[in-house]
Design a protein. Structure first.
Lengths: 165, 631
């Protein structure tokens, strides 16, 4: 089963461009042009990855991500931002963002297509099945605290899902 | 009546005395000064002022005693007793001195000090008795009485107050109006001291204060010269009528050499005159000024001529010049002390008047003013060069830096939005170009030409992105903040943003910089300066149409602690008219120019203790050199 990806961006042209790219590469893509739509879609789908813009009207990309994570604790994320200074090394940005919320990958806008594709590949390379759950299970075995937290959240959301189904 | 009257005569009410004493003489100190000046005019060598303040035991008095030529009964009647009369030099019995009292009212000054004045005087040394005159000023209070109806009694008495065999005058004031407390006497001392040249105290005249019961307040009155002036200009008129001068200043170093110059003034009548200007870059403390109010004063044989240097006399036009050239005149009157010394023997052409003006406005007096103004001009010139950033300029600089910071802040706000706003379409262009490529591959089209176009799009997307980053970076910076960075690297990066513009305009841009040049300066400040200089160079070359070897070279090097940046263009050069307003705010020689570029550059560079200079040759080009010292 292909990876399910949610792309969130308020700019329709941009959304369209990403959608075309990812679909062509065989991913299962859904788009959202607002945080509200994005959150609704998260209730209906189990996304493996969310690609979001740093600046989204009415809500910061990171805030949206944290809300999405409440619904989908295992979701992986790629943040694309044109606002941050390109000169800042990715590591620094990750560190500054980490305090707010863990983002799996940061990309500077305008990103090349291959940059995004490579990032996705890299994120899911560790577990060919593409399921984030496996990665977390591994982390738990390694004894990483943040993973335990994630796992607890995942458990909660799984229970919810099971109830629904 | 035999004769019919054909006109009127003024008759003066006795009350005029009050008017003169209380209103023409500004203060008690000034009243005593008037009386001291009278003593000086009478050739006294020593004037002793004895003050016995009123106390429970004593009634109090002020006694002013001199050893001058004294007054005979006839002198008294014809000189002292004629109101408004003052001896002219040629009328003085021995014209050794030029009178300092000009108004002929000094004697009435005594009336404001106390209700009674007793004068003891002896004009002939051999005379055993002294002339004693008693003034009871209260008698003048009757408004109905005429001035000449008040009888002033006199008698010849024996007195040991005036030593036998000596001439002189004693004025004794009783019924004191003022409570002479120590601080008041202190003030009087300062007031009297002002009469004396601090550098060359008169050899034949001294003023002694004698305050009963206070050793501290008693003693010879002397004026100390101000100390620790920042600039000290001495000058004198030599026998060959040239002016020799020497400027000393702490910050001047070996530059303080004596020089001899020709004055525009006719210095003939001024030969032998010497002067000294002391200038403080900040208003001096009381300790430095020795309590002396700032001014340029003239002393004749060590005794001050009034009104030169009085608070109301701007006789060298310093204040006037300052008012006219607001913000551009460098001599601030309140920091200037001048001591001009003339001699009654050498400078006879500098004549005194009996009026308000102490010198008759003749050629010699005019030459004096011209000479003093010239030296003041020289001093001003040196202040200008010595103090590269005068106070008014520093204030302006702060304002510009503030402005620059505000501008950057606004740019920062803008560029934050700008990043998002411009990078979004760039993202679409980039992604869709990639999608286009993929689609073409799908259609099995692999065309090198299309690949080339794609590469060009990508390159330019990158360029725009870099530019956005550059602006954002510049906007984030602070022109005052000092950063540690590699200046050579930074310069190469900065000048990259001009490469395309230069290429488009047919200008060759050459950057010569060392591999590395670590610097501790304001990165943003440096970028702004470079940007402005490059902009100007490009604009200058834009004016040239016939040249096909247009060139801008940027040279970075190290010169001691300075980072030296040179930007050279082979444009048309800067003409004289433009040169004059080159660094001025809101002056521009360019259409559409704001005229703040170079001004901002200079302010930023100066704020970092650097300097910006230029060399230009018409038709050949211009080089701007910026020295940015490491912090």
């Amino acid at each position: 089963m292909p990876l399910q990806i949610l792309v969130v961006d308020d700019e329709p042209d941009e959304l369209e461009a990403w959608e075309a790219l990812l679909r062509k590469k065989g991913y299962n893509v859904q788009t959202a042009s607002s945080p509200e739509v994005a959150l609704r879609k998260c209730d209906e789908n189990r996304f493996d990855l969310v690609v979001l813009d740093y600046v989204i009207p009415r809500m910061k990309g990171l805030e949206l991500l944290s809300r999405i994570r409440k619904k989908l604790p295992l979701v992986r994320s790629i943040l694309i931002s044109g606002k941050l200074d390109k000169k800042l090394q990715e590591q620094e940005i990750r560190e500054s963002i980490r305090s707010e919320m863990e983002v799996d990958k940061y990309l500077h806008k305008p990103a090349r297509n291959e940059d995004l594709l490579e990032a996705i590949t890299a994120l899911f390379a560790e577990n060919p099945s593409g399921r984030a759950w496996d990665t977390i299970a591994e982390d738990i075995l390694k004894g990483e605290k943040s993973s335990v937290k994630k796992a607890k959240g995942a458990q909660r959301s799984l229970k919810k899902h099971l109830k629904k189904s | 009546m035999a004769q019919e009257s054909t006109g009127f005569y003024f008759r003066v009410s006795a009350n005029l005395l009050r008017v003169i004493g209380q209103e023409l003489v500004a203060s008690d100190e000034a009243a005593i000064l008037e009386l001291v000046k009278n003593a000086y005019d009478s050739n006294a060598r020593t004037v002793t002022i004895t003050i016995e303040p009123i106390s429970e035991k004593r009634v109090g008095f002020i006694r002013i005693q001199d050893d001058g030529h004294g007054m005979s009964r006839r002198d008294f009647e014809h000189l002292f007793m004629v109101a408004g009369y003052s001896e002219r030099p040629e009328e003085a019995p021995s014209a050794k001195r030029v009178p300092t009292g000009e108004k002929g009212i000094g004697r009435f000054a005594a009336s404001r000090l106390g209700s009674r004045l007793t004068v003891l005087t002896r004009a002939a040394a051999h005379e055993p008795k002294v002339l004693k005159i008693d003034f009871d000023w209260k008698k003048f209070q009757d408004k109905k009485k005429k001035f000449d109806e008040v009888l002033i009694p006199f008698e010849q008495i024996s007195s040991n107050i005036l030593p036998r065999g000596k001439t002189g005058t004693v004025l004794e004031v009783t019924g004191l109006q003022t409570d002479w407390k120590p601080d008041r006497i202190e003030k009087l001392r300062a007031f009297l001291a002002e009469l004396l040249d601090p550098f060359h105290k008169p050899g034949d005249f001294k003023v002694v204060l004698d305050v009963s019961g206070s050793e501290r307040l008693s003693g010879e009155v002397m004026q100390q010269p101000p100390t620790d002036a920042d600039l000290d200009l001495e000058f004198r008129v030599l026998a060959d009528e040239k002016v020799s001068r020497k400027l000393s200043a702490d910050s001047l170093g070996p530059d303080n050499q004596r020089e001899s110059i020709l004055s525009n003034a006719n210095t003939g009548p001024l030969v032998g005159l010497s002067g000294r200007y002391l200038y403080f870059l900040k208003r001096p403390s009381k300790q430095k000024s020795q309590g002396l109010p700032p001014s340029v004063r003239i002393y004749r044989d060590g005794v001050r001529l009034e009104p030169f240097g009085s608070p109301t006399a701007d006789w060298l036009g310093v204040s006037e010049k300052r008012a006219k050239r607001a913000g551009h005149a460098h001599v601030v009157p309140s920091r200037l002390y001048g001591f001009i010394e003339i001699s009654r023997i050498k400078h006879q052409e500098l004549k005194d008047t009996t009026g308000r003006q102490a010198l008759i406005d003749n050629e010699a007096a005019q030459a004096l003013v011209t000479l003093l103004q010239e030296q003041l001009g020289f001093l001003e010139e040196r202040i200008r060069t010595l103090v590269s950033v005068p106070k008014w300029e520093a204030g302006k600089q702060k304002k510009v830096i503030k402005l620059e910071r505000a501008r950057l802040h606004a740019l920062g706000m803008l560029s934050a939005g700008l990043g998002h706003e411009l990078r979004q379409p760039l993202q679409v262009i980039r992604t869709q170009t990639g999608n286009l490529h993929d689609r073409l591959s799908e259609l099995q089209i692999n065309d090198p030409e299309i690949n080339q176009y794609e590469a060009a799009i990508d390159r330019n997307v990158q360029r725009m992105d870099d530019s956005i980053g550059y602006i954002a970076n510049l906007a984030k910076g602070d022109v005052e903040k000092v950063d540690s960075f590699d200046l050579a690297d930074h310069l190469r990066e900065d000048s990259r943003f001009f490469e395309n513009e230069c290429r488009a305009k047919g200008i060759r841009l050459e950057v010569t910089a060392p591999q590395n040049q670590p610097a501790r300066i304001s990165q943003t400040g440096f970028s702004i300066v470079l940007l402005n200089l490059l902009n100007n160079a490009v604009d200058a070359l834009d004016e040239v149409t016939e040249r096909n070897d247009k060139r801008i070279s940027i040279l970075l090097s190290k010169e001691g602690l300075n980072n030296l940046l040179e930007v050279t263009d082979n444009g048309p050069g800067i003409d004289e008219v433009t040169e004059k307003k080159l660094f001025k705010e809101f002056e521009t020689g360019k259409t559409g120019g704001m005229g703040i570029g170079l001004y901002t550059c200079r302010v930023i560079v100066q704020a970092h203790s650097g300097e910006i200079t230029y060399k230009t040759r018409i038709g050949l080009g211009t080089t701007f050199s910026v020295r940015f010292p490491d912090r």
